[in-house]
Design a protein around this ligand. Structure first.
Ligand code: ZN
Length: 289
């Protein structure tokens, strides 16, 4: 989407709202976000009430786009600036919002991107927080999940591998000489099975960061996807392990849609419902070792 057509949808709050609404209901078929019932009653202010569970909602209820106090116009401009990789402080200046608001909006957007991934449910089961309006897991795992990264027809796929953890990576290195290297708390490996690298982020890798930690140049280092990701990592000067999967999914999306406008893709993600976390008590013990 070029700046001219963008200008049309961003020209008024109403036009921006209509643009986002276009991503909300397939074929304009509304249903209850709680129980998916289609029989609804119209109530005041454009809201609807579910005939089955009596939940009252509007078109954007329970969606990521409600996770931050932006107007629809602000969200649109935010997506454009995000697409252009504008620095956080610049975004704050342009939108006349605080730096903290920009960070919050980015977190909401990244969680919306992650929610679209086929392996999102596995990520939530490992203790990842789905997003605004959902309870936060009581204990965050110390390390990020392990991801396997593969390329398929030019597309990058970052798969959560729930059966692996940092200890398994140490084991592969020790017993199968799987080469690995690190960038701060982020550790990545030589190819493994169908993946051209495994990657994980967390303090459990501290021992290899101080010992014989670098196994030289790995195949991933010459891959465009990982080359760009490393540049991001270096610019960020460190990443919180719990946030690492969010960045990974953002880089995956940027790589896979590098020739397209990201605004409609991001808008569609933002208009998705925030998934429910696994039912209470189903969060696994964060100490997965
Ligand atoms: Zn309902």
């Amino acid at each position: 989407m070029g700046i001219i057509s963008f200008n049309e949808i961003a020209s008024s709050e109403n036009a921006a709202r209509k643009y986002f609404l276009g991503f909300c209901w397939k074929n304009h078929q509304r249903y209850c976000p709680r129980c998916r019932e289609r029989k609804l009653y119209k109530v005041l202010d454009g809201k609807r009430r579910c005939a089955r569970c009596h939940y009252t909602f509007h078109d954007f209820s329970q969606r990521f786009i409600r996770g931050c106090g932006f107007t629809f116009q602000q969200w649109l401009w935010f997506l454009k600036l995000f697409e252009l990789n504008v620095h956080n402080q610049q975004i704050a200046n342009q939108l006349k919002v605080s730096y903290a608001t920009v960070l919050k909006a980015k977190d909401v957007l990244r969680r919306a991107i992650l929610a679209q991934a086929p392996d999102a449910a596995e990520y939530y089961e490992l203790g990842g927080w789905p997003g605004p309006g959902r309870p936060r897991p009581e204990d965050q795992p110390v390390d990020s999940p392990v991801f396997g990264i593969m390329e398929f027809n030019g597309f990058i796929l970052c798969d959560v591998l729930p059966h692996l953890d940092p200890e398994s990576l140490f084991h592969f290195r020790l017993n199968f000489r799987l080469a690995m290297t690190c960038l701060g708390q982020v550790v990545y490996t030589a190819p493994y099975q169908q993946y051209f690298m495994l990657v994980c982020c967390g303090p459990s890798f501290a021992p290899i960061q101080h010992l014989t930690h670098k196994d030289g140049r790995l195949p991933a280092d010459s891959h465009e996807f990982w080359g760009n990701a490393k540049q991001h990592l270096q610019r960020m000067r460190g990443v919180v392990p719990a946030h690492f999967p969010l960045y990974l999914k953002e880089w995956e999306l940027r790589h896979n849609y590098r020739d397209q406008s990201l605004v409609p893709i991001l808008a569609s993600a933002l208009c998705g419902f925030v998934p429910q976390p696994p039912a209470a008590g189903e969060y696994p013990n964060p100490d997965r070792h």
